[in-house]
Design a protein around this ligand. Structure first.
Ligand code: PHE
Ligand code: ZN
Length: 881
């Protein structure tokens, strides 16, 4: 483990490397305990660099076993080496020169899952961000790019497959019992995109013909026996390849594209050039074992990694501060892909819910940082929802500002200018400015100012003058290291809705720029005046969530209901319904806290039931509309002094009121939506299942017997309904015999499928209430649990901490202590995983004082530990600042 040095890296300190890497040749002699890596690197000195400048290579826990300069063994006086650094001096005057580095590494003992490691008997690498330096000494930074030639030598037995990036060159027998394979990747790439996989896996094969007629071999490797479960991923891959050609004009550029699914992985997946490595959770699916959410995730992540081929690989990042350049942009691309494959409005609703739950939470707590940070201590900790999801929203705003054609022109120019380069956010924005002539200098603040802007809205209608005025004021809250903020350029999509539900087209507007349906808020406060408005309009603002902001808009219940009923933007209808519900949920939480009877506004109940019963609306939309804000969402809205028990009780009272009033509609839908015919994981089928599941949830809140959920569990013929029935049983009737029987039956049926057992762990880890802690502790001792596997740990410990507000935030602090102990146990083995789990406590300051004290004490226990990784030290210190 790299222990904390407290060292801070700054964007302002960037300077290019002294030496240009022309070529990289790697030879691996694989052995589980002792793998020999020989790296032959051809460098030349960058013009202007002093002749005596040393070559400094990065390492991490390495030991050098050989060093050659121009093929002659280097004298000891010419270099200095430590496990994390190799400095070579007295370099040849002749340029280019060749450096050969030999290291011996131990994949089997690599529990960090960075560098070369073993998973289920397979050799696998993970190099982003700084894992390559655990393989060999190297200029391990994203702006050093070169073509790679790779030779892999391994025992034939156990390793029939020897895979790396690029095109296959050839292979054959090497010596007694060993064979080799060679690969060449002609596209210059940084080390973080290197990958190697060797082992014995099953394969699913297909082909794709690009728009220019090149045939690409597609291969997905999975554990033997899992081949049929890779069919959906293959289909998603082909759709992604086609979509990127049609939407962005981007073709694939090698003759083979490979995906490997592994069971031990710290993240979702990795875009290594031509050889993506995936967490198996995001490849494997069939109706018996995968939910609709699993299918949607697989589709999105397959697309995401594939899209990185252009946004990330062909154009990479100059330094890690530019991470959003590839991640924010690629998330935007995968969101657009999914929107085209499914229902756009429903997809947008799900995205915004996720954005608010994760990114808004991060942005309002101690871990808030800009989309492009300016300093970091441990880059692993910046693979955040701010870089990814807010980064995507910033890209979406550029598209909103420029329109579809302008956006496409800017993207084309970006690809044309920077293909083969390591670029910056400035390069990206400049491409849009130059392609369209639009000035984006104020807009760029979105990359540098952290915090979710708050826009306060007030409106007035003057019937005599026929004018409608809209006053807006923006405020960007202070965030760590940033107290004073400048006003941002906020694009707000809007509509004025008339009494009959139709849109009023505004004739003339003054007070600022309004282009089409986009209003540009650029000043701290600004008043727009619309003239010739015949009747009092209802304002629908920030339609489609065009800007990632909070709105403070005291809109009447009647106006919100009008939008919910009439807006032609389905997203805005959902937004209006949830704006209607939030104050009711907040009040319910406060009533519960104060020991009052919870009252529920009947106007909300009827608006929800009206939406529910409206068969003209697609089921997936209705399911979203009826899924109330989560307990964590309500806590965020309340803003401070939160009591998770009260929020839970209040929310449940609202659910019950809706369930009782809408009982017959829920029952009708539950029956009508029962599965018919063969299962298909498409959007329409998923929507019907989602609404049916919502109906079951509400029915269970109105009923005192688990019978209906038990029957649903017994009858389900797909995982979406089976897992949901089990969730309803476990969460609503945790002690019932039916629940215990169902939990046991589920575990027996899926005994040999760890990914399905993860659902079983998660469902139990999220049972509300105090007893969750003991349940989690018992499950950690279950033989089906495996503390070494990140997916298992996230499913049980992670889900408990992130998604069980009442269980985790026990008033006695035992939940926090359990997490702290787990973090200290995991940290020496896998610091990235430990640091990620710890972020579950990022909102601890908004808890009521007793819980906040207990949370602080648990964080104190972590800081007090003798040795911490850089990852955990960085997070815990920021959380306590
Ligand atoms: N670059 C990967 C992605 O988003 C994420 C990742 C980061 C994976 C670091 C592993 C390690 O697509
Ligand atoms: Zn990515």
């Amino acid at each position: 483990m790299r222990t904390d040095t407290g060292q801070v890296i700054r964007l302002a300190d960037y300077s290019p490397a002294d030496f240009v890497l022309e070529r990289t040749d790697l030879t691996f002699e694989l052995d589980p305990r002792s793998t020999k890596v020989e790296a032959r690197l051809i460098f030349h000195r960058r013009p202007g660099v002093a002749a005596d400048a040393p070559l400094v290579l990065d390492g991490d826990e390495l030991s050098l076993s050989g060093l050659l300069i121009d093929q002659a063994e280097a004298e000891a006086s010419r270099y200095t080496v430590t496990p994390d650094r190799l400095e070579i001096r007295d370099l040849p005057e002749e340029s280019p020169f060749e450096i050969t580095v030999v290291t011996i590494i131990d994949p089997e003992s690599n529990t960090q899952l960075m560098g070369l490691y073993r998973t289920n008997g397979v050799y696998c690498t993970q190099c982003e961000a700084e894992g390559f330096r655990r393989i060999t000494y190297f200029p391990d930074r994203p702006d050093v790019l070169s073509p790679f030639t790779i030779t892999i030598i391994a025992e034939k037995a156990g390793n029939p497959l020897l895979l790396s990036n690029g095109n296959f060159l050839g292979g054959g027998n090497y010596d007694e019992g060993r064979h080799f394979a060679a690969w060449f990747d002609p596209h210059p790439k940084p080390s973080y995109l290197f990958a190697l996989v060797a082992g014995d896996l099953g394969v699913v094969e297909d082909t794709f013909t690009t728009a220019s007629g090149n045939e690409v071999a597609l291969k997905i490797y999975v554990e033997h026996g899992n081949e049929p479960r890779a069919a959906y991923a293959m289909d998603a891959l082909k759709r992604s390849m086609k979509w990127d050609e049609e939407r962005f004009g981007r073709e694939y550029d090698l003759n083979i594209f490979q995906i490997v699914a592994v069971s031990d992985f710290n993240m979702g997946a990795m875009e290594n050039k031509g050889l993506n490595v995936f967490n198996d959770k995001y490849v494997l699916a069939d109706p018996e074992t995968a939910t609709d959410a699993d299918y949607a995730n697989i589709e999105a992540i397959i697309a995401h990694e594939y899209f990185h081929n252009w946004t990330g690989n062909r154009i990479t990042c100059r330094d890690w501060f530019q991470l959003c350049l590839k991640e924010g942009l690629t998330v935007y691309r995968d969101h657009e892909f999914s929107a085209d494959q499914r229902s756009r409005a429903v997809k947008r609703i799900a995205e915004v819910r996720h954005l608010k739950a994760e990114q808004f939470a991060e942005d309002s707590g101690p871990l808030a940082h800009p989309v492009r940070p300016e300093t970091y201590r441990e880059i692993n900790n910046f693979y955040t929802t701010t870089v990814y999801e807010k980064g995507s929203e910033v890209t979406r705003m550029i598209a909103t500002l420029l329109g579809d054609d302008g956006f496409r022109k800017g993207m084309d120019l970006y690809f044309e200018r920077h293909d083969g380069e390591a670029a910056t956010v400035e390069d990206f924005v400049k491409s849009f400015e130059d392609a369209t002539g639009r000035d984006l200098s104020q807009f760029k603040l979105w990359y540098s100012q952290a915090g979710t802007p708050l826009v306060t809205v007030s409106t007035a209608y003057d019937a005599a003058a026929r004018t409608f005025t809209l006053s807006l004021e923006q405020m960007v809250p202070a965030t760590p290291g940033q107290s004073a903020k400048q006003p941002m350029h906020i694009p707000l999509k809007f509509a004025l809705i008339g009494e009959n539900g139709g849109e009023i087209a505004p004739t003339a507007v003054s007070g600022g720029e309004v282009s089409g349906d986009v209003l540009h808020l650029t000043e701290r406060s600004q008043t727009f005046t619309f003239t010739e408005v015949p009747d009092r309009p209802v304002l629908s603002l920030n339609r489609g969530f065009s800007a990632p902001i909070n709105l403070s808009f005291d809109q009447s219940g009647a106006d919100l209901a009008h939008i919910a009923r009439h807006d032609s933007d389905l997203f805005a209808r959902w937004q209006a319904l949830s704006d209607l519900a939030l104050p009711v949920l907040n009040k319910a939480a406060n009533d519960a806290r104060d020991g009052k009877v919870v009252s529920v506004d009947p106007a909300l109940v009827s608006a929800l039931i009206e939406t529910l019963a409206n068969d003209k609306l697609e089921p997936a939309f209705r399911a979203q509309a009826l899924s109330l804000a989560s307990e964590a969402d309500i806590a965020r809205e309340l803003g401070g002094n939160n009591n998770p028990d009260a929020i839970h009780a209040g929310r449940n009272a609202v659910l019950k009121a809706v369930a009782e009033k809408g009982f017959s509609t829920f029952e009708r839908l539950y029956k009508e939506l029962a599965p018919k015919g063969v299962f298909a994981p498409d959007a329409a089928g998923a929507g019907r299942r989602a609404l049916r599941n919502v109906a079951l949830t509400y029915l269970a809140h109105a009923e005192e017997s688990p019978a209906r959920a038990a029957e649903a569990f017994a009858e389900a013929d797909n995982m979406t309904e089976l897992a949901h029935a089990l969730t309803v049983l476990a969460h609503r009737f945790p002690e019932a015999d039916e629940t215990l029987a169902a939990l046991a039956a589920f575990a027996t049926r899926f005994d040999t499928n760890p990914l399905v057992l993860d659902k079983w762990f998660s469902i139990q880890a999220t049972i509300p209430g105090e007893a969750a802690l003991a349940r989690v502790e018992a499950l950690m001792k279950d033989p089906r649990f495996n503390a070494q596997n990140p997916n298992r740990v996230r499913a049980l410990v992670g889900t408990f901490a992130f998604a069980n507000p009442t269980g985790f935030n026990r008033v006695d602090g035992a939940g926090y202590r359990l997490l702290a102990d787990q973090i200290l146990a995991i940290d020496p083995r896998n610091p990235q995983l430990a640091a990620r789990l710890l972020t579950a406590m990022r909102s601890w300051r908004s808890l009521e004082p007793v819980r906040a004290e207990a949370a602080k004490a648990a964080l104190g226990k972590i800081t007090g530990a003798k040795q911490l990784s850089a990852d955990v030290a960085d997070i815990v210190e920021r959380m306590l600042k």
